[in-house]
Design a protein around this ligand. Structure first.
Ligand SMILES: Cc1cc2nc3c(=O)[nH]c(=O)nc-3n(C[C@H](O)[C@H](O)[C@H](O)COP(=O)(O)OP(=O)(O)OC[C@H]3O[C@@H](n4cnc5c(N)ncnc54)[C@H](O)[C@@H]3O)c2cc1C
Length: 379
């Protein structure tokens, strides 16, 4: 009997589990293979929906689905928090028990750590988790004028384009509410341009300028003065705000840090082609959990899941594991409430930006409804 254990019931973990159960259905039926998914939550959150929830364009209930609905019934689902990976002895400890494995897939994602910026919890808002999105939605509905600062407070963070998207959506939101002339919008980014990719930067700056959205680069917040509503930066600036929308710093799962498998911030050292965890032949990492130089995005987790499941299934069937990941990523970029574009790239191919148009925006809206079919491995 071969045991495959997957930790994490997000995009990556669900897809690896479903693809594997599809590829190995005979082996599972014959009792030769078992797939166990360990998740600390019984539901999956569709994180891209948070961006729409803050503008009341998606409801909270639409963003969650039960894992029992998403997973193939042949997968053994355990709702438990994994507490330690003992990699040299091939087992995982959870708060309830122990799981031995022949193959392990780490799909524990990333988490925001707003508490790492002094004053941010007291003085800021964010939309990178449900609690934050709820608070921000209510705050935006109350906001009648003043200065909004959208500030990226650490790289890497999930969905690199989400801060740009929220900025364009803020513009449209206040325009629709006839308040745009009373709201100043400032976007800040830590490096010398508004985004890491140069050709995206060019288009974003053009559209920012057209919409009167201001921006500052080389802006690295180290503290928020919640009482006086000011952001203090490494560069020595003090930026006042009325509403701060932060992208808080991110870290990998505490499990990775506690198991001694990651770097200081809990990112798992992963081979960029095989997706094996460095130093281990039978452990793979997928999605946000890795230290790979690719976007922390659901699409990346999706493409990586295809490679990992193919290689594990091949090994179980006695075939050579020849699939490789070449950095494939695809990101929609919303440029407001009725305009969108997308980028598609990999390790060798730089992203090409399609001219923003309404059709791409509506494709994204459609994808928001279709996502659950992707998670089930159907689409
Ligand atoms: C606002 C926002 C907008 C976004 N928009 C897009 C977009 O448009 N397109 C796109 O491609 N991506 C987008 N993303 C990014 C995308 O949501 C993530 O990259 C994706 O969810 C990563 O999948 P994952 O499986 O690696 O991690 P996750 O989906 O975070 O799943 C990890 C799971 O592991 C669980 N876990 C962690 N530790 C343990 C443990 N010790 N024991 C058991 N379980 C554990 C967690 O609870 C979680 O359920 C967006 C993200 C945000 C926040």
């Amino acid at each position: 009997m071969k045991n495959i254990v997957i930790i994490g019931g997000g995009v990556g973990g669900t897809l690896v589990s479903n693809y594997l159960s599809h590829k190995l259905k005979e082996e599972i039926r014959e009792g030769k293979t078992k797939i166990t998914l360990i998740s600390d939550r019984d539901k999956q959150l569709y994180e891209p929906g948070l961006l729409y929830m803050i503008f009341n364009r998606m409801e909270e209930g639409e963003l969650f689905k039960e894992l029992t609905y998403l997973l193939d019934p042949m997968i053994d689902l355990k709702i438990e928090r994994a507490t330690k990976i003992v990699a040299d002895e091939n087992y995982v400890e959870t708060e309830k028990g122990r799981y031995d494995y022949d193959y392990l897939v780490i799909a524990t994602g990333s988490r925001i750590v707003p508490e790492e910026v002094p004053g941010l919890v007291e003085g800021g808002h964010w939309f990178y988790n449900v609690e934050g999105a709820r608070r921000l939605r209510d705050e935006l509905a109350r906001f009648k004028g003043g200065k909004i600062v959208v500030s990226i407070m650490g790289i890497p963070h999930k969905c690199p384009v989400a801060p740009i998207e929220v900025t364009f959506m803020l513009h449209d939101f206040f325009k629709l509410h006839r308040l745009r002339d009373k709201v100043e919008i400032l976007y800040t980014y830590p490096i010398n341009r508004v985004f890491t990719l140069e050709n995206v930067t060019e288009v974003v700056v053009e559209y920012f300028n057209e919409r009167g959205i201001k921006y500052k680069t080389f802006f690295n917040p180290i503290e928020v003065d919640a009482k006086n509503k000011k952001i203090i930066t490494l560069e020595g600036e003090e930026e006042p705000y009325d509403l701060l929308i932060a992208i808080p710093p991110h870290k990998g799962s505490q499990l990775i840090i506690d198991s001694g498998l990651g770097d200081r911030d809990g990112w798992v050292p992963t081979d960029r082609y095989t997706l094996k965890v460095e130093g281990y032949d039978n452990i793979y990492a997928v999605g946000d959990a890795t230290n790979l130089p690719v976007s922390k995005a659901g699409s990346v987790a999706h493409f990586e899941a295809e490679v990992i499941s193919e290689n594990i299934a091949a090994q179980i069937k006695g075939l050579p594991p020849t699939a490789r990941y070449f950095g494939k990523a695809m990101c929609f970029i919303e440029m407001g409430f009725d305009l969108g574009t997308y980028i598609w790239f990999d390790y060798e191919t730089p992203p090409k930006l399609v001219k923003p148009n309404k059709f791409i925006h509506w494709s994204k809206i459609a994808y928001n409804r279709l996502y659950w079919l992707t998670a089930r491995g159907v689409l």
